[in-house]
Design a binder for this molecule. Structure first.
Ligand code: C5P
Length: 205
């Protein structure tokens, strides 16, 4: 397998878990592109600056993503920050960071340096970053189903998580259209194994 497989979808659609499992099955790395946007959002929090301001400071920082078979490690200026990337605080500002073209270009450059094969998840992996990918998937599910899945990870109330998901869907709309050649899978009534199986049915290494 020498290919790039893209798995896009809205927040909490299960794309990272699916990407992880598909990659494991194929024996190749997986990459979660959202982590890089989250790391830039973390820069804003650490330095107490706006998304606009952080854009001018990107060149001063070193951002690296290291795929391991079980997880992605993110290093900011040599310090491992992976565990700090999934807080509600980061959720709340990451879209304002991700909407800025110069930040998207910065993240895309980091991604395009990673040698294939890999499975990559995000919003625009199949449509914009890796349009040449041979296999493209787009996962969907209702906001309520996605919120239900995310509650245990965030340790917050269902309503708080649902409001945050709906807000982020709106804020991420611009970069979230499925690639025209992506296979669309509605995961609302499927468990993780079910989605992984559907994806693998389409892949012929
Ligand atoms: O995938 P995840 O929910 O971790 O992504 C966090 C945020 O990063 C998204 O809400 C979106 O603003 C941004 N993102 C993006 N394009 C990607 C991946 C993530 O704009 N390819």
């Amino acid at each position: 397998m020498t290919e790039i497989i893209t798995i896009d979808g809205p927040s909490a659609s299960g794309k990272t878990s699916v990407a992880q499992r598909v990659a494991q099955h194929l024996g190749i790395p997986y990459i979660s592109s959202g982590l890089l946007y989250r790391a830039v959002a973390l820069m804003c929090l650490l330095e107490n600056v706006s998304a606009e301001e952080v854009e001018t400071r990107l060149a001063k920082h070193r951002l690296e993503l290291q795929p391991t078979p079980t997880q992605n490690l993110v290093f900011l200026d040599g310090r491992e920050v992976s565990k700090a990337l999934h807080s509600l605080e980061v959720d709340q500002i990451v879209s304002a960071v991700a909407v800025r073209p110069a930040i998207r270009e910065y993240v895309n450059q980091v991604l395009r340096q990673i040698p294939p094969p890999f499975v990559v998840d995000g919003r625009d992996m199949g449509s914009a970053v890796f349009p040449q990918a041979r296999y493209k998937f787009y996962l969907t599910a209702s906001p309520e189903v996605r919120a239900q899945r995310r509650v245990p990870e965030r340790g917050a109330a269902f309503d708080t998580v649902l409001t945050e998901i709906i807000r982020r869907d709106e804020a991420d709309k611009r970069q979230s259209d499925p690639a025209r050649d992506a296979i669309i899978l509605d995961t609302s009534h499927l468990d993780l194994d079910g989605v992984v199986q559907r994806v693998l049915e389409h892949i012929h290494p």
